[in-house]
Design a protein around this ligand. Structure first.
Ligand code: ZN
Length: 203
């Protein structure tokens, strides 16, 4: 099973990290071992600097996609949920500066808290609200209307260069408001009306 992710898919988030808006989707992977259940503790690895939260819409495929059109790609979605694309931001920034991959910064065990899958049922994926709270404070609030590439275009683009299999997951990028987590906090993510996710943070 693959977990394909896209970076800088919301212009305001690209800007908050000092990045230009990309001309094409920026793809990266997270490993299956990064998945963390709703309610399970997020363990911050020692000595790696800041670990940031990123609330995102996640979609799962129900059938194989290869060189698909956007419309066909959307028909292959079988479920959606909320994800927290945890990122070792200092490691990622160092990798970016050195022109090196982000694999470790994105791939620690437990770096992908994932909500319960909900049937897609043809709902409008470009009109969903994303929210993330740390403790009682709302830290991220966005709408999937602001994606640079919508879900259909992302899946079509991805399927132009890699075959997507049933069960594969796409993370669609985060809106602005990302920030660090510290031990003792509680992080709550929501795709409003779809799914919620809550994880305590431990050291
Ligand atoms: Zn992300």
């Amino acid at each position: 099973m693959k977990i394909l992710c896209v970076g800088r898919n919301y212009a305001k988030h690209a800007r908050e990290l000092g990045n230009a808006a990309p001309q094409a989707p920026i793809w990266f992977w997270k490993p299956e071992s990064s998945i963390l259940a709703d309610g399970a503790p997020i363990t911050l690895p020692a000595n790696i600097g800041a670990v940031h939260h990123e609330v995102e819409l996640a979609v799962r495929l129900g059938r194989r996609l290869r060189k698909a059109s956007p419309a066909d790609a959307l028909r292959a979605v079988d479920a959606i949920t909320v994800a927290n694309d945890l990122t070792a931001r200092d490691l990622q920034e160092a990798a970016k500066k050195a022109g090196l991959p982000w694999a470790q910064a994105k791939g620690y065990d437990g770096f992908l808290p994932l909500g319960t899958w909900v049937p897609y049922d043809g709902r409008d994926l470009q009109n969903l609200q994303l929210k993330l709270w740390v403790g009682g404070a709302l830290r991220q609030e966005g709408t999937t209307r602001d994606m640079t590439w919508g879900v259909a275009d992302l899946l079509a683009h991805a399927s132009s260069w890699t075959t997507l299999e049933p069960g594969d997951i796409l993370l669609t990028g985060t809106p602005d408001g990302v920030g660090p987590l510290v031990a003792g906090q509680d992080v709550r993510c929501e795709v409003v009306g779809v799914a919620t996710l809550r994880n305590p943070v431990v050291g």
